[in-house]
Write a protein that binds this ligand. Structure first.
Ligand code: BDP
Length: 641
């Protein structure tokens, strides 16, 4: 994104440094602005010119709209359901000037947001899934101790060839104008995630990074010590003057196990408890917790007497290192095998709206399934998914919203710049989560095009220096002889659908197809690991047939079982010295909403192991049984030690 930031009175773009999760502390207050906001459509796109942002209320007709939620499925109105373009949200609140900074953070607004505070433009943000924020103090009157604040948000959900994901507006005639997304999920929009107001002191902790540099082991592979590297950035008034920092690492009992007084340095931890991914032979089940430390950062005024200026805690620090060999994906020098399922942020009524109920259920169902991983297909999810994954030890493949880059014109310079911006925002937000084991830069781009080759060459080169210890991948549906981009990835991620999108009904042909595909790719890239990042079959719950026919529960069961036999041929767990296949992620964990289409019964993609209401189909039990067996396979430490 190319933009100019004018600090203080007007901020025209969201900042690009890491945004810390808004967390309460001795020096920070948090306030939720979730609730019912005033809402209306702007079908003619006149709100900006008519200056709705400067009015005390949005012009009628308005309705009350819950935040966070996608607006599409909240009402009975089909116009709101299928609306794309501009919508407006507004609400008032009071602010008490007990702090020098009150920061308004939007955790995700799909897709383009213009935020006005008390009639003035405060912040703009492009891209629908990641947070942005603005200090609102410059926009409120300076002479009272409290002030009424009027916030207005204009949201545009139109997709264009340069948005991520891209889309096209097709004007069939004046009454039939259609937004054609280039992807297979419903284009939900609105203020989907929470809106938070938090305070800080005038000098404040702006960003913290923490990584595991080294873990030392004894002969029994017990960790004897670990070295963590960290950096603390401060910002705001007086930050040029001397401030002191105290960085402390606390164990799960709150005992300080390492500390340092530099802004950027190392912490040495003796006898560390490692963060372990769940669901492996040497680790815990996915219903139990991984070990997490808390990093506590305090900044003080200098000279003495020392006053605490700001305190921030990251409560999900995990000590772990990822290393790839030619045959295994190692976490803490033991093989890790992704056995989970892909998902979407998607549920009844809420659309892509954030809801802790849905998130808690998500993890309980992965625990039930013995599923140890998911990809955030096809965009970054709410922070809370990552914190929960840290706690339970689920592995995340964090994916950008670059889904549907399906034609040469989408690989433009504008898209490339926006894609880089999104990658920076995603990595800055998520890099401190131990659960993130890999970054996926895109889903199913048309990787056979020369334009894609140049684009991804540059994108991978851009991302490598900032990848924070994670391997890079993207998912491909192309075969090795046509794919011009897979060469850039550290790990090859396949999306494959034989016996669904090809070889209709031919479960018997799956084995040869998948084995041939895996061996052919490995032959071309003898040191790259491969995982299957999607495979699945549409299944209408309650539809049965024997022999199994497409769309029935029996077909979905047999479909998965046939793939599993093929995977085991190349499994890095079963064949530690010759295997190269490091994981399987069915498409999808849950049925999810899509556009209406003759192939999408009731406007849903029904490849879920569970229905959209989170109830199991028969295949869920096949996968559960498979994952229970995978957990029994021994996972000895790598021989390098
Ligand atoms: C894959 C896409 C995914 C779709 C899936 C399907 O990556 O987004 O939902 O196909 O068609 O190609 O079910």
């Amino acid at each position: 994104m190319v933009c100019t930031c004018f600090l203080l009175l007007t901020v025209w773009c969201a900042s690009t440094h890491g945004l810390l999760y808004p967390a309460e502390s001795e020096t920070r207050q948090i306030r939720s602005l979730d609730g019912l906001w005033q809402f209306r459509l702007d079908e003619q796109g006149v709100g900006e010119t008519e200056r709705w942002f400067a009015m005390p209320n949005l012009p009628e007709p308005t309705i009350l709209m819950p935040v966070p939620a996608s607006y599409n499925d909240i009402t009975q109105n089909i116009t709101i359901h299928r609306h794309f373009g501009m919508v407006w949200y507004a609400r008032d609140f009071f602010i008490h000037k007990t702090a020098p900074r009150w920061v308004l953070q939007f955790k995700a607004v799909r897709y383009e947001a213009h935020v006005y505070v008390n009639g003035q433009s405060a912040v703009n943000h492009s891209g629908g899934h990641l947070p942005f924020e603005v200090d609102i103090i410059p926009f409120i009157s300076s002479n009272a101790n409290y002030s009424k604040v009027h916030v207005v948000v204009a949201v545009n959900s139109t997709l264009t060839p340069t948005t991520l994901p891209p889309g096209e507006v097709i004007v069939h005639n004046p009454t039939y104008i259609e937004l054609k997304p280039t992807f297979d999920f419903y284009n939900y929009a609105g203020i989907d995630h929470s809106v938070i107001l938090y305070s800080t002191s005038s000098a404040y902790i702006q960003n913290i990074t923490i990584d595991t540099e080294t873990i030392n082991y004894d002969a029994q592979h017990v960790a004897t010590s670990a070295i963590l590297t960290y950096s603390v950035e401060i910002a705001g008034n007086n930050h040029a003057n001397a401030l002191d920092v105290l960085v402390e690492l606390l164990d799960a009992n709150g005992i300080v196990v390492a500390n340092n007084t530099d802004f950027q340095s190392r912490l040495v931890v003796n006898k560390p408890n490692l963060w372990q991914p769940c669901g492996m032979n040497h680790t815990h089940p996915c219903t139990e917790q991984s070990y997490l430390y808390t990093l506590q950062v305090t900044i003080y005024n200098d000279p003495s007497p020392k006053n605490v200026v700001d305190i921030y805690r990251i409560s999900h620090v995990g000590i772990r290192i990822i290393r790839l060999t030619d045959n295994q994906f190692l976490v803490n020098e033991r093989p890790f095998y992704f056995h989970g399922a892909n998902a979407h942020e998607d549920s009844d009524i809420r659309g892509k709206g954030f809801d802790e109920v849905i998130i808690a259920k998500h993890f309980n169902l992965y625990g039930w399934l013995h599923g140890n991983s998911f990809r955030t297909s096809h965009y970054p999810y709410a922070d809370e998914f990552y914190s929960m994954a840290d706690r339970y030890g689920l592995a995340i493949i964090g994916e950008t919203p670059a889904v549907g880059l399906g034609q040469a014109s989408y690989f433009s310079q504008d898209t490339l710049e926006h894609h880089k911006q999104v990658i920076v925002e995603m990595i800055n937000r998520d890099r401190n989560h131990p659960s993130v084991l890999m970054w996926s830069l895109a889903n199913e781009p048309r990787a056979s095009l020369k334009e894609a080759n140049a684009y991804f060459n540059e994108l991978f080169n851009f991302t490598r220096p900032i990848k924070a210890g994670r391997p890079l991948t993207f998912t491909t549906y192309m075969h090795v002889n046509t794919d011009l981009c897979v060469q850039f990835a550290d790990v090859i991620s396949f999306n494959r659908y034989p016996a669904w999108y090809s070889l209709d009904g031919r479960l018997d042909l799956i084995y040869d197809y998948i084995v041939g595909d895996l061996l052919g790719t490995r032959h071309r890239f003898p040191s790259k690991l491969i995982l299957i990042s999607e495979y699945g079959a549409e299944t209408v719950p309650g539809l049965h047939s024997d022999p199994p026919l497409m769309f029935t529960e029996e077909y979905q069961k047999d479909f998965y079982s046939a793939y599993h036999v093929a995977f085991d041929n190349a499994s890095s767990l079963l064949h530690p010295d010759t295997g190269f296949f490091i994981g399987e992620l069915p498409w999808n964990m849950f049925d999810f909403a899509t556009d209406q289409d003759i192939s999408r019964v009731g406007g849903q993609n029904r490849k879920g192991l569970f229905t959209r209401q989170r109830q199991p189909k028969a295949a869920a039990f096949v996968i559960k049984n498979r994952y229970e067996q995978l957990e029994l396979i021994p996972t000895p430490p790598s021989k390098i030690l």
